[in-house]
Design a protein around this ligand. Structure first.
Ligand code: GAP
Length: 453
């Protein structure tokens, strides 16, 4: 079939964001948290497709940064940690954002995110309090007694788990410098103003690496990891023109960092941080050694010297990755048969890899044959450990294609009357909308080939 003329429709940034939020909800990617009870600000629930998308991104990250290397191990530390961790790390003292209140309407804002000389964005009054630091760590209590001795915090970054387990990893796995400890997991921040969908939420997921190095190597390692991050971003299909590296000014550096480069993305609401990379020196290991009294040094056999390793930290927000993927790959195309919405995910990233249709739902022979193909393809994805296979026998084929385009399914397989005669099916490509006939036994090999591309 000839490919059709495609006219991309124009969209404002605001439209784009609204459309993504609506599609994400309508098609089972992301739902507002606790919606049944009126919601809970700054929380989001991932539906079946969002969960699959996150699983795929996590797996890709793990394949690239853990399984694909010989210098990396992965851990999973507890979200609840001894409160002394946060004293040592400096978070108790420094993990704050400046907060102001509007005296009139009582709305709260981050002082660094609004113009304090202007009117309140909520009520228009010009009556702000002075800015004061607000610690963003969520507090809770461990055990039944709610006193200060029992007060603990939900971790605001996964990173500290890598530092507090540094010695345990060293003693058990005996890695040689340079090596990294990776972790994927939830982090919690009581953001003053969560917003922009999943961009700034109060519960989110990080994929972090603490890469331990000799101090003299820090500049070369920083550059090497920045390059690794660029490679990762390219693998997501994010347009390089929308990605910007920003050297963080000395006065804006986090308390642990000597150098930070933020990797920003042009979101519809502005150019904002997607990822970051920091040179954390020996700050964290040094602080934990002091607070705990443990020796967190490393003995270099070759040089016969003992020292505290320094750290390069590449950090990746998983939810911001999902948001960038949705925004980047969302397209509307005008076609003769109406506007089609397409999520042009790279096939490796698409949550649903293939959809299978019987041409007609009321022809048992077609349904049975299609069901067999569907189950075989499901078996293939099960062996891969990720990526769904969809079944659809509702409406007409055109509607089914549109429905799969909207969630980014790269290929649709249709079983028709010719299938019953010669064992071939049609495979329709999401991006070109072209169809080809493929022998049923060749399907998996064809998709595997295309997934590699
Ligand atoms: N361990 C270093 C660290 O936590 P960060 O820049 O505060 O550094 C790392 O956070 C990444 O976590 C960010 O680049 C971003 O992708 C993600 N992130 C931070 N706060 C977030 C929030 N409130 N909601 C969603 N993602 C967030």
């Amino acid at each position: 079939m000839a490919s059709r003329a495609v006219i991309k429709t124009s969209m404002t940034d605001r439209d784009r964001m609204e459309k993504i939020v609506s599609l994400a909800k309508r098609r089972g990617f992301i739902f507002p948290g606790s919606e049944l009870y009126g919601g809970l600000a700054g929380t989001w629930d991932y539906g079946p497709l969002g969960t699959e998308l996150k699983t795929i991104v996590r797996n890709e990250w793990r394949r690239r940064f853990v399984l694909g290397r010989t210098d990396m191990v992965q851990i999973e530390s507890a979200i609840l940690m001894n409160a002394r961790v946060w004293k040592a790390s400096g978070h108790l003292e420094s993990f704050t954002d400046p907060m102001v209140d509007c005296r009139q309407c009582k709305a709260r804002f981050r002082a660094d995110k609004i113009d304090l000389a202007a009117a309140c964005p909520q009520c228009g009054a010009r009556d702000f309090t002075g800015a004061r630091p607000f610690n963003m760590m969520f507090k809770t209590f461990i055990g039944p007694v709610e006193d200060s001795a029992a007060q603990i915090y939900l971790r605001p970054e996964t990173a500290q788990g890598m530092f507090t387990n540094f010695k345990a990893v060293l003693d058990t796995m005996r890695p040689k410098l340079p090596f990294g400890i990776a972790q994927i997991g939830k982090a919690f921040r009581n953001e003053i103003t969560p917003g922009n969908f999943i961009f700034r939420s109060r519960e989110f997921e990080q994929m972090e690496i603490e890469y331990f190095i000799r101090p003299a190597d820090w500049e070369a390692q920083f550059e090497a990891w920045l390059k690794e991050m660029r490679g990762w971003i390219a693998s997501l299909g994010l347009d390089a023109a929308r990605v910007h590296e920003r050297e963080v000014a000395a006065e804006d550096l986090a308390h642990y960092s000597k150098r930070t480069v933020d990797i920003d993305y042009d979101f519809p609401f502005g150019r904002e941080e997607l990822y970051g990379i920091a040179y954390r020196t020996d700050f964290d290991l040094g602080q934990h050694a002091q607070e705990s009294g443990a020796d967190l040094g490393y003995f270099d056999e070759a040089a016969k010297e003992r020292f505290v390793p320094h750290v390069i930290e590449p950090t990746f927000g998983l939810d911001r990755t999902v948001l960038a993927l949705l925004l980047e790959h969302y397209q509307e195309e005008g076609a003769k048969d109406g506007t089609r919405v397409v999520l042009k995910f790279p096939p490796r990233i698409a949550p649903v890899k293939v959809a299978v249709f019987p041409l007609l739902a009321n022809k048992p022979q077609l349904v049975e044959r299609a069901r067999g193909i569907f189950e075989r393809l499901q078996g293939w994805r099960r062996a891969m450990g990720e990526g769904l296979v969809a079944w659809d026998d509702r409406g007409n084929i055109g509607k089914r294609y549109f429905s799969q385009d909207e969630i980014g399914t790269p290929w649709c397989v249709t079983v028709d009357f010719q299938t019953l005669e010669d064992g071939t099916v049609t495979v329709r490509d999401r991006d070109s909308a072209e169809q080809e006939r493929v022998a049923e036994p060749d399907l998996v090999a064809l998709f595997e080939e295309r997934l590699k591309a």
